[in-house]
Design a protein around this ligand. Structure first.
Ligand SMILES: Cc1cc2nc3c(=O)[nH]c(=O)nc-3n(C[C@H](O)[C@H](O)[C@H](O)COP(=O)(O)OP(=O)(O)OC[C@H]3O[C@@H](n4cnc5c(N)ncnc54)[C@H](O)[C@@H]3O)c2cc1C
Length: 402
């Protein structure tokens, strides 16, 4: 296993760095630094997507035949890490990372030709309609009903926690097309134009004060049968395939290292209870060192996975779960320490200074702008994409054979 970068990969890294230095403008970088959510807000995401699209890098892992960059596994990792380290806006994953690969694997020729180019260009902004008020971890129990009526399905029910539904013009969703037999066997996968009559999007404001998630209501919404991906009642297979992309990969360590840099900078300025800079406080230093070791472990796991994938070996079913679990939990611990390090500056409401359109200065020093919102927002990281308990169940089954 080779965890070091080959000369060609180092050259690619320089190419990515040069691109980011030229195209990630101070304005875009500053707007991204004011974001507390998982993904950049709609308008910011669209702007950055356009720039990546023009460069041909908007879909790093898509094959060239569909307009992707066809990066190798190592290149993909370098690209994600460099974007995160440079503070680039995080593009929503729902279209490019989730729906796109599903369409390539299960879509009809007509679906591929229509949806993939629009997903690449950003003309289609996707949201994910999986979870329902009574169905989250136990997703197969979903109840949103689709009744066939000629060439259409008539859909009634509700989806919840739908990230960026307020920005999206398309949704991929799971619906119940049969109540017979095993719950998994009666599910179908549909693509829905959000402008279809009968759809209502209601905001849910999260604990950090942001509007990221929504509840979406369907009242006899008519969806063409042609918008079904895969066979009727076979949607569970499609849904599971998509979840591999939701959980997997990414560059957790690069994002967390950015937070650690912020933490170290704050610790030089802020005072410890005993007097003197926090950075010299033995208790703080011990916690920082523990976190640095955790992040290093996440990074080396990421590199190990990339190294295995590039030799053609399977990453293993459990690895995506392992990285999601460790990445999200480590990120939460770093954001906790960041809030503690802020001291009294953790108390003001900074919402006026957050977001794409924010014009207000933060209350207190610049470094007080985002940590609390990111800490609060980050609580969700161990829930979405499969909660930590669910990831541990997967690991127990895959690794321990339980
Ligand atoms: C910020 C955010 C964004 C989201 N975005 C989307 C989105 O865009 N689209 C979408 O479809 N969904 C989205 N979700 C929903 C997310 O996928 C669900 O919240 C998640 O799957 C958990 O489901 P639940 O909330 O119903 O909790 P539940 O499944 O009811 O779980 C409650 C608790 O029980 C535990 N638990 C449940 N089952 C087990 C088990 N078998 N073993 C051990 N413990 C268990 C869970 O870990 C959790 O602690 C989002 C959620 C959040 C918080």
């Amino acid at each position: 296993m080779d965890l070091e970068l080959a000369p060609a990969d180092l050259a690619f890294r320089e190419q990515v760095r040069a691109f980011l230095a030229a195209k990630l403008t101070p304005e875009l970088r500053a707007a991204a630094a004011r974001q507390a959510g998982v993904f950049a807000e709609g308008e910011l995401a669209r702007r950055w997507q356009r720039i990546l699209y023009e460069q041909g890098w908007v879909a790093p892992s898509w094959p060239r035949e569909y307009g992707g960059a066809a990066f190798t596994h190592v290149q993909r990792y370098i690209f994600d890490s460099e974007c995160a380290a440079a503070g680039a806006p995080a593009l929503p994953a729902m279209g490019l990372q989730m729906c796109g690969p599903v369409l390539m694997a299960y879509g009809t020729q007509a679906q591929k030709e229509y949806f993939l180019p629009r997903t690449l260009s950003g003309a289609h902004y996707w949201c994910q309609g999986y979870s329902e008020p009574q169905s989250g971890s136990d997703l197969a129990s979903l109840q949103t009903r689709a009744v066939r009526d000629g060439d259409e399905y008539v859909v009634t029910g509700s989806k919840i926690w739908t990230t960026h539904a307020q920005h999206a013009n398309w949704m991929f969703m799971l619906v119940r097309t049969s109540a017979e037999g095993k719950a998994q066997r009666g599910i179908s996968f549909l693509l829905v134009d959000m402008a279809t009559p009968g759809i209502t999007v209601k905001p849910i404001i999260s604990i950090s004060g942001e509007h990221e998630v929504n509840q979406v209501f369907f009242d006899e919404v008519r969806i063409p049968v042609a918008n079904r991906v895969g066979e009727e009642n076979q949607g569970w297979t499609v849904a599971k395939y998509l979840l591999e992309f939701e959980r997997g990969g990414g560059a957790w360590s690069a994002r967390i290292k950015g937070l650690l840099r912020q933490l170290r900078a704050i610790a030089v300025v802020e005072q410890s209870d005993g007097g003197g800079p926090l950075a010299a406080d033995p208790s703080f230093r011990r916690r920082l060192a523990e976190l640095e070791a955790e992040v290093m472990a996440v990074e080396f796991t990421e590199r190990r996975v990339v190294s295995n994938l590039s030799t053609g070996a399977n990453a293993g079913d459990a690895v995506a779960s392992l990285l999601k679990l460790k990445g999200s939990e480590t990120q939460q611990r770093v954001t906790e320490l960041l809030v503690e390090a802020l001291g009294c500056y953790a108390t003001p409401d900074q919402r006026a200074a957050l977001g794409w359109h924010a014009t207000g200065a933060p209350i207190g020093p610049e470094y007080a702008r985002t940590p609390v919102a990111r800490y609060l927002n980050g609580r969700a990281a161990t829930i979405f994409g499969g909660s930590s308990e669910i990831q541990r169940n997967i690991l127990a089954r895959a690794v321990l054979g339980l």
